[in-house]
Design a protein around this ligand. Structure first.
Ligand code: ATP
Length: 516
């Protein structure tokens, strides 16, 4: 601003002088007129140079402006640890950080060094951001939040400049929490394809973090869903040296989260949160919160004073499969879909009875499926080979049922995602888990060590072929049950788990192939 005022004053002076000289030139002798004209030209040129330099400087100021700090400062991080249910271990780890933020001096007196950075890692929606925000809220300090992608820019140096601007701002504030979400966007493992821009940004972050002193009272937290993709430099001591896993909640933890988020929601007596917690295997905290909200929205629409079991069940199906859509299929297509879904349901009932069937439907879903089977998988810590084989067979059962009932020429595109998922599982079994002819070999590691050419593709195909043959033989022995369930689906369009299981069990043939 000061510079702008100086330039404007100089320009005004130059213009005034030029005006005086012009009037003198008009009234003077020819000799004096020549001299004055020359002075006038020199003055005009000086004015032009001054203007050009001002414009250039303004351009540079704008560029510097592009290096702005894009973080969002949350002055009112009002949430606290009481807004987090479950995640006990993660909470325990951050409690110490809260004490440090409240009184960093105490730690200096004891010569203790706080972790310079804390990395929260785990699947999406498990409460990583919530944890960081609650830490700031508990300690009563400002919260600066931004995403790793805010630093990713096309122009070299811009991301690095943003990092420096952010830390400068945080240092000015004093005690605070800086939270970088999706840090993998800026901190990916550097390899041959790494860009100069990303390298510079990452280096800027590392050097800013190294420059911290325990007494600063600044905690840098970051979150990622992909810790394995991060550059090892980020995880070295002195950087993100505390790593906290925030995993998917187990059944008891889901119940706690459901109880927390149902506070203030009028649940009817027929609602059992225990039942819902058992049903929502693999749900994250965010999905549970979303499910309860969907149910509350439906109840508000109906407006009869409470949220009932039906609202929660509908919200559950909607969260898992997407909202049911209108059926537009022709009668023949409808029959193919019904047979396909009946094949999945039957294979699941016979091969993985521990996974509880909760719904079979031939209504198209908001997630793009023509129909679906919903099973609640049993929670396991270890997965055995036979579980994976059965999973592949259940996935292939839709295609097998179509082929059995309608013949080879009637195959449809409806099995494409089943085939893709079955292939991914088979590939993991062959290349990573040693669950094929060579139980002691990880082909993936072998590939890394010795180069490609290990025959994984052929092994994968063979595995898929054999699983397909098994499930096809199983369904061939139970065509009566497949048709009975398909007919019931054509009539009702969707059946709950108990109804579908009842139909299957009533039509099961006692003859089963040995391979199944
Ligand atoms: P992402 O990895 O996708 O960024 P995240 O792990 O940071 O996700 P959050 O954004 O913290 O997840 O969680 C989203 C919402 O889910 C929270 O605002 C909260 O409503 C709910 N939530 C998640 N986990 C919990 C939990 N343990 N207790 C209570 N609510 C939770």
């Amino acid at each position: 601003m000061k510079r702008l005022t100086t330039v404007l004053m100089t320009l005004t002076l130059v213009t005034a002088l030029a005006a005086v000289l012009l009037s003198l030139t008009l009234q003077s002798t020819p000799q004096l007129r020549t001299t004055l004209t020359q002075v006038l030209i020199v003055l005009s040129m000086a004015g032009l140079v001054l203007l050009a330099s001002f414009n250039g400087r303004r351009g540079r100021m704008e560029t510097v402006g592009a290096h702005r700090d894009t973080s969002k400062r949350d002055e009112h991080a009002t949430c606290t640890f009481s807004d987090i249910a479950a995640n006990e271990q993660a909470l325990q780890s951050v409690t110490e950080l809260r004490d440090y933020l409240k009184d960093p001096g105490k730690y200096v007196r004891y010569g203790a060094r706080m972790p310079r950075g804390v990395l929260l890692y785990g699947p999406p929606g498990t409460g990583k951001t919530l944890l960081a925000r609650a830490l700031a809220g508990e300690a009563g300090v400002p919260f600066f939040a931004l995403s790793g992608s805010d630093f990713v820019e096309k122009y070299v140096g811009v991301g690095a400049s943003r990092v420096r601007a952010l830390f400068k701002r945080a240092r000015k504030v004093g005690r605070c929490v800086i939270f970088i979400d999706e840090i993998d966007a800026m901190g990916k493992r550097r390899d041959d394809s790494a860009s100069d821009e990303r390298d510079q940004t990452l280096n800027a972050l590392l050097s800013e973090m190294s420059g911290f002193y325990t007494g600063d009272g600044v905690i840098v937290m970051a979150a990622t869903n992909r810790i394995e993709a991060l550059d090892p430099a980020l995880l070295r001591p002195g950087r993100f040296d505390r790593q906290i896993e925030v995993g998917l909640p187990g059944r008891d933890q889901r119940l706690k989260i459901l109880k927390l988020h149902s506070r203030g929601k009028p649940l009817n007596d027929d609602v059992s949160l225990e039942e819902l917690a058992a049903q929502t295997v693999s749900f994250s905290g965010a999905s549970l919160e979303n499910l309860l909200n969907e149910a509350a929205l439906a109840a508000a629409e109906r407006d009869d004073g409470g949220i009932d079991r039906q609202d929660l069940q509908r919200a559950f199906y909607k969260t898992v499969a997407g909202a049911d859509r209108e059926m537009l299929a022709s009668p023949r297509e409808k029959r193919i879909i019904a047979v396909h879904e009946a094949g999945h349901a039957l294979a699941s009932r016979l091969l993985s009875p521990e996974n509880r069937l909760t719904r079979v439907s031939i209504l198209p879903t908001g997630h793009g499926a023509a129909g679906y089977n919903l099973c609640i998988p049993q929670e396991r810590v270890m997965v055995e080979k036979r579980h994976l084989e059965n999973q592949i067979r259940v996935l292939l059962a839709g295609r097998a049922a179509e082929q059995l009932v309608f013949g080879d020429d009637a195959l449809t595109a409806g099995a494409s995602s089943d085939l893709a998922r079955a292939t991914e599982l088979a590939s993991a079994m062959v290349t990573e888990l040693g669950m094929w002819d060579e139980p002691a070999v990880s082909l993936k590691a072998l590939n890394r060590a010795c180069g490609a050419g290990t025959g994984a593709t052929e092994a994968c195909k063979a595995l898929l072929r054999s699983q397909y043959a098994c499930v096809k033989a199983l369904l061939a022995s139970q065509v009566g049950a497949v048709n009975a369930l398909a007919n019931a689906l054509l009539e009702a369009e969707s059946l709950d788990g108990d109804a579908a299981t009842g139909i299957i069990d009533a039509h099961l043939s006692s003859e089963r192939p040995e391979s199944a």
